[in-house]
Design a binder for this molecule. Structure first.
Ligand SMILES: NC(=O)c1ccc[n+]([C@@H]2O[C@H](COP(=O)([O-])OP(=O)(O)OC[C@H]3O[C@@H](n4cnc5c(N)ncnc54)[C@H](OP(=O)(O)O)[C@@H]3O)[C@@H](O)[C@H]2O)c1
Length: 287
């Protein structure tokens, strides 16, 4: 049985949709917080069971019969929670169930010394997997192209992209990553441990994104630099919690250090085509 968690989220749902093109529905099960949000998958013949990373018993039930398990990384840090505790629970349940291989959605900057807090969580999770005795694959995803839009939505709308100094990022779309993840989960190719960085074809900074947005939107979009301290003060004044500010500032610091800049051909090779370019992705989403 192939098990996929987070299947009501953006990435997990697309992974299931891709896997359905490769293996039959009765071999696929999803583990979701709210089964009502996965009615369409149940209709397609996929087994849907409730599973919450906070509740090991629910995962044990949802993952019954698991051979190959794809664990979508927890987004708990965005809500003040502890993603590492979630991953520890998931790994422990996978050990109990004798899962043959666990696939984990890691990130390009995964490192214990990363300036980006979530990348340190990914590294710690990879360490837990290495010590678990499980066979495992960590898909080191490029930074989501979607995040480029979410982080800069106000700037694109106002025509003024105000942010601290950044660096080049090899933005990568959910569609491309989900297609590759489904192939790896299905066993088309084996990576033992971390994959090479799975990235888009180009690395772009905020000034590049402003130029692209300007062309698409047909209006001036300018990039303005803001000091780190001014950015922190502005976030504090708007009521952002300290851990959110830490993640946000970690992004700029890590980007400046080149942590998200690597462009690697592995994703293109797996897909058999060029990953989607930011011009095309932004044209789809901004226009
Ligand atoms: N590579 C990158 O650049 C990047 C950027 C941002 C995030 N990420 C990571 O990639 C992951 C997937 O991204 P995404 O875009 O698919 O995010 P998403 O749409 O927010 O999906 C997250 C999924 O995790 C599920 N979830 C949250 N808490 C859970 C819990 N306690 N137990 C079980 N499931 C839980 C959510 O369930 P519900 O549907 O019930 O909410 C949702 O299905 C994120 O969770 C985050 O760790 C990576």
């Amino acid at each position: 049985m192939f098990i996929i968690t987070g299947a009501t989220g953006q990435l997990g749902r697309k992974i299931v949709q891709n896997l359905l093109q490769i293996v039959s529905a009765e071999r696929i099960a999803v583990s979701v917080r709210d089964p009502a949000k996965a009615d369409d998958l149940a209709m397609a013949g996929v087994r849907v069971r409730p599973g919450n990373y906070d509740d090991a018993a629910s995962l044990r039930h949802a993952w019954e019969g698991a051979k190959r398990l794809l664990l979508v990384s927890s987004n708990a840090s965005a809500h003040g929670g502890d993603p590492l505790a979630h991953h520890a629970t998931a790994i422990s349940v996978a050990q109990d169930l004798g899962v043959e291989r666990l696939f984990y959605t890691s990130q390009i900057a995964s490192s214990s010394t990363s300036l980006f807090p979530p990348a340190r969580t990914h590294a710690a999770t990879e360490q837990m997997l290495a010590k678990s005795g499980l066979a495992w694959t960590a898909m080191r995803h490029g930074f989501y192209a979607d995040s480029a839009l979410a982080m800069n939505a106000r700037g694109f709308a106002s025509g003024s992209l105000v942010a601290p100094a950044d660096g080049k990022v090899s933005w990568t779309t959910h569609d491309d990553l989900a297609a590759a993840d489904a192939m790896l989960l299905a066993g088309n190719e084996l990576f033992d441990g971390p994959t090479p960085a799975l990235t888009g074809f180009e690395a772009l900074d905020l000034a590049d994104l402003a130029d692209i947005a300007q062309t698409i939107l047909g209006k001036p979009v300018a990039r303005h630099l803001l000091g780190d301290d001014a950015m922190i003060s502005s976030a504090e004044a708007s009521g952002a919690p300290p851990d959110r500010i830490e993640i946000m500032m970690g992004y700029y610091r890590a980007a400046r250090a080149g942590e998200f800049a690597q462009v690697d051909p592995t994703l293109a090779r797996l897909l058999g085509r060029r990953p989607q370019l930011m011009d095309d992705f932004m044209a789809e989403r901004l226009s």
